[in-house]
Write a protein that binds this ligand. Structure first.
Ligand code: FES
Length: 69
């Protein structure tokens, strides 16, 4: 991630209901997480009011973007 990408990711939401920023998800992927369950365990997403519906889609799109899906 470039510095600019990281700055933007620090501002963008990853999990709206728990206030977890996008950069936490991207960092988990960079550190080797390869599916939603692993990312959820590392970041804490998935346990909020969306019931994983919103964040699971976001994670799937990120994993696909990085060629992991
Ligand atoms: S967006 Fe927060 S748990 Fe899914």
């Amino acid at each position: 991630m470039t510095t600019e990408e990281e700055l933007l990711a620090r501002l963008k939401p990853g999990c709206i209901c728990k206030g977890i920023k996008l950069h936490r998800i991207l960092k988990a992927i960079e550190e080797g997480a390869i599916n939603f369950e692993q990312i959820a365990e590392i970041t804490g997403i998935g346990g909020g009011s969306c019931g994983s519906k919103r964040c699971r889609k976001k994670v799937a799109a990120l994993l696909q973007e990085k060629g992991l899906l």
